[in-house]
Design a protein around this ligand. Structure first.
Ligand code: SAH
Length: 238
């Protein structure tokens, strides 16, 4: 009898165990909190979140929480990633802009949901790491990582059918509204540095119609149309 648990343990490879953790994450944290899009749930089941955090955080990769990714930045909580992705109502044909690549996890999820994803990160080290990580994992040829100030958008690649900002902004950066296609959707955490509301907007007749969804907490968006560089989130600061 004492042999049986040992044999069973061997059958459960880390790969299966992680798949199981992802299934639990999707069931409890996402379905359980009313994420309804099957496409989003499927994408969250597919992306190996543990590959986007440092070794020391691997065991917590599927927890209901954000995790540190270095430079004082965080990979967002799974629920936030799913909820923001769902708000964009992607069907698979869209060209999407993400501001704040971080680990590249949200971009990978968007890669499953849209045709092309352009993601921009202001911290060069994080941008390079995310680009390498996505290349190593494979299957993300439609995700393109850029380095620079994302509050300026990527005018040479505009217009975008959807835009997701993964850092807290004092207001929606005007260049992003300008680069949003007619009928396109944008989600941005807007508010104070320590608490924001997730604002979801749609461009109708050239103007943004937006609603605030719920309160959230993101690291600051630092840039020309974001917060000024300083102790809150500037390179060199915390
Ligand atoms: N989406 C990420 C998490 C983002 S955390 C993930 O899935 O891991 C927010 C990121 O926004 C940080 O990496 C931060 O460096 C970046 N950021 C802050 N201001 C920015 C700006 N102006 N342009 C681009 N990236 C910015």
């Amino acid at each position: 009898m004492s042999q049986i648990p040992h044999l069973n343990e061997k059958e459960v490879t880390p790969r299966d165990a992680r798949r199981e953790k992802r299934e639990q994450m999707v069931g409890r944290q996402l379905r359980g909190r009313k994420i309804r899009s099957e496409r989003v749930l499927e994408a969250m089941l597919s992306v190996p979140r543990h590959e986007f955090v440092a070794e020391e955080f691997c065991a917590r990769a599927y927890d209901d929480a954000p995790l540190p990714i270095g430079d004082g930045q965080t990979i967002s909580q799974p629920y936030m990633v799913a909820s923001m992705s769902e708000a964009l109502e992607l069907t698979g044909t869209e060209r999407v802009l993400e501001v704040g690549t971080g680990s590249g996890y949200q971009a990978a999820v968007l890669g499953h949901l849209a045709r092309e994803v352009y993601t921009i990160e202001s911290r060069t080290r994080l941008a390079l790491e995310a680009r390498e990580r996505l290349a190593r994992l494979g299957g993300y040829d439609n995700v393109h990582v850029h380095a620079g100030d994302g509050t300026l958008g990527l005018p040479e690649l505009a217009p975008f059918d959807a835009i997701l900002v993964a850092a807290g902004a004092p207001e929606i950066p005007p260049p992003l509204v300008a680069q949003l296609a007619e009928g396109g959707r944008i989600v941005v955490p807007v508010g104070a540095a320590n608490e924001q509301q997730l604002v979801c907007g749609r461009k109708v007749g050239g103007e943004l119609r937006s609603v605030a969804l719920y309160y959230c907490r993101f690291v600051p968006l630092v840039g020309r149309h974001g917060w000024p560089a300083g102790p809150l989130g500037a390179p060199g600061g915390k």
